[in-house]
Design a protein around this ligand. Sequence first.
Ligand SMILES: [Zn+2]
Length: 316
Amino acid sequence: MRKIDMYIGIDIGGTNISCGIIDELGQLVFKESIPSGGNRETIAILDDIAGLINELKSKFVGKINAIGIGVPGIIAKDNDYIYYCPNINFVRVHMKEEIEKRTGLLTFVDNDGNLATLAEHEVGVLKGVKNAVLLTLGTGIGGGIIINDEMLRGANGLSSEVGHMVIGKNDYDCNCGKNGCFESFASASALVRYTEKLLDESKVFSSMRNLKKINAKAIVDAAKTGDKLANESYSRFINYLGIGIVNLINILDPDIIALGGGLANAGEFLTKPLKEKVESLLLIDDFPHAEIKLAKLGNDAGILGAAFLAKKMYKA
Ligand SMILES: [Zn+2]
């Protein structure tokens, strides 16, 4: 009987560690998630991840070929060494080595934004697109860049940290400690933070004043109903998102810029004003430029991309 080939994809987030298995055709055949407990000792988190993998290994005996892992941090290209990881305790860790030691399975590690981009390029909105950028609008702005059908990884592995390109002076610092980063203006958390500032400082009536907790969705919902304060904050967000995107267009001239993360659920309410903003900032008004589209894979992009990485590298 022919051996069934499967690949595990793991997406490490600040809150959850999600895990999935794809088959040879790239179909997601299994999905599970555990809390990450990101502020615990590194060893405890590594043991949890390895435990999850070993469980799947015994469930699908002899079928798992390799593992891919997406980490929300900066990983050196040559040795899979994690240098920087702001939301989870994985700083200065050789993830590949640690997981291979604990599971006996071939493991590959990459930045989570790169892997979400890989997934969209394999089976999502970027399928068949030669040059593209994915921006995930969440706690920060993650993403990845595809040039000539290949993921851009740079000389050392730092590539695609688009969230930290500096686009202005902000009234608070970015999580990275610097000031003026794209994600400190145009991520979901930036939208929330600025809205809270407006609610604190202005006396304008807003339906959001009745809410216990404000998140990006609540702001979008309020803006849609015409709430003045929500619209002021949302316009600022669109303005800075447009500036960042035009910078990317001027440097990379991609076919498509795709938007993912929770804020992409706003749909046309996001893309319509954004396209107008971007068009107003173009270098040459009528020159052809990147199309702005919504990502397709939602929360599964991370595990799918990690599993596709495992499959790609195993076959290489
Ligand atoms: Zn930054």
